[in-house]
Design a protein around this ligand. Structure first.
Ligand SMILES: CC(C)(COP(=O)(O)OP(=O)(O)OC[C@H]1O[C@@H](n2cnc3c(N)ncnc32)[C@H](O)[C@@H]1OP(=O)(O)O)[C@@H](O)C(=O)NCCC(=O)NCCS
Length: 248
């Protein structure tokens, strides 16, 4: 099952996600990759890749380039300089310029980036999804209670609940990882959704991340609109993490 073609504007996503004015948000809607063309598939072999796979690879490369453009526009929207395409850190996170924090997400048909000054926010995590997870995959992401809480908040089924749970966890992972903090195993945390937001809690006595108290400073937001599941999490206390305000 797939969401219909995504169409939310940056303004609509910004409103839904209640992003403060300190956060720049930019989106692009690249062409969605199609599957293999109908007809007989070409034989696979060295130098003869399946055209469908090649198409998806090209589409992914286009999405990643669009992510860099969105990042530059998001930085510009906050008045921060964007000195060329962002380099990539060893862990895959974008290396934001000194004094900036941000996050990039891409999914077929939609690319988005958010950025802010590191003096305003400690970190940002952003995730967009245009596909709905199979409900069975929820077990890999969270427990049934969490999935059902999401489903009940959005007024949808378990698959939509699972997709929201997954997206929220991706956002949290990105925000903390960008700040150099390990989230821990998915079951080490519980995410509790509210009408338009979510908070991250420790599950039992586990210690999900390196910095005690940091989870309380995470403020999550979510929306389901125009074929898109989107989540964002803001680390509200810029001084809660070591090195805040400097390049990370
Ligand atoms: C890295 C990861 C978060 C990417 O998420 P995704 O949904 O696959 O893909 P998205 O398009 O939303 O995000 C990709 C972007 O995330 C960013 N990203 C990658 N690694 C990152 C990291 N360690 N920290 C912050 N951002 C990161 C990059 O900007 C990347 O785009 P780019 O390669 O074009 O620069 C994901 O693949 C991953 O490793 N997740 C596992 C971590 C986890 O515990 N997740 C919880 C879910 S159960």
């Amino acid at each position: 099952m797939t969401c219909r073609r995504p169409s939310p504007t940056a303004g609509a996503l910004r409103d839904d996600l209640r992003l403060p004015s300190a956060v720049g948000l930019a989106v692009e809607r690249p062409t969605i990759a199609t599957g293999p063309p109908s007809g007989r598939p070409r034989a696979a072999g060295p130098g003869r890749e399946h055209p469908g796979l090649e198409g998806r690879r090209l589409a992914h490369a286009r999405e990643r380039a669009a992510g860099r453009r969105c990042a530059a526009r998001a930085l510009a929207a906050t008045g921060l300089p964007a000195p060329g395409p962002l380099p990539r850190r060893d862990d895959g996170a974008p290396a934001w310029p000194a004094g900036a924090v941000g996050s990039i997400s891409h999914t077929p048909g939609l690319v988005a980036a958010a950025a802010a000054s590191a003096t305003a926010l400690g970190a940002i995590g952003l995730d967009v999804e245009t596909g709905i997870l199979p409900v069975a995959a929820a077990g890999l992401v969270c427990d049934v209670d969490e999935r059902d809480r999401w489903a009940s908040c959005v007024g949808g089924g378990g698959a939509l609940g699972a997709t929201l749970a997954f997206s929220a966890r991706e956002s949290v992972f990105k925000a903390l990882s960008a700040a150099g903090i390990a989230l821990g195993a998915p079951r080490a945390t519980t995410i509790r959704p509210t009408v338009r937001g979510f908070r991250v809690h420790r599950a039992g006595d586990s210690r999900p991340c390196d910095a005690a108290g940091l989870l309380d400073a995470l403020d999550g937001r979510w929306t389901v609109r125009d074929g898109v599941v989107a989540t964002a999490v803001l680390l509200l206390a810029a001084d809660a993490i070591p090195g805040a305000g400097r390049a990370r």
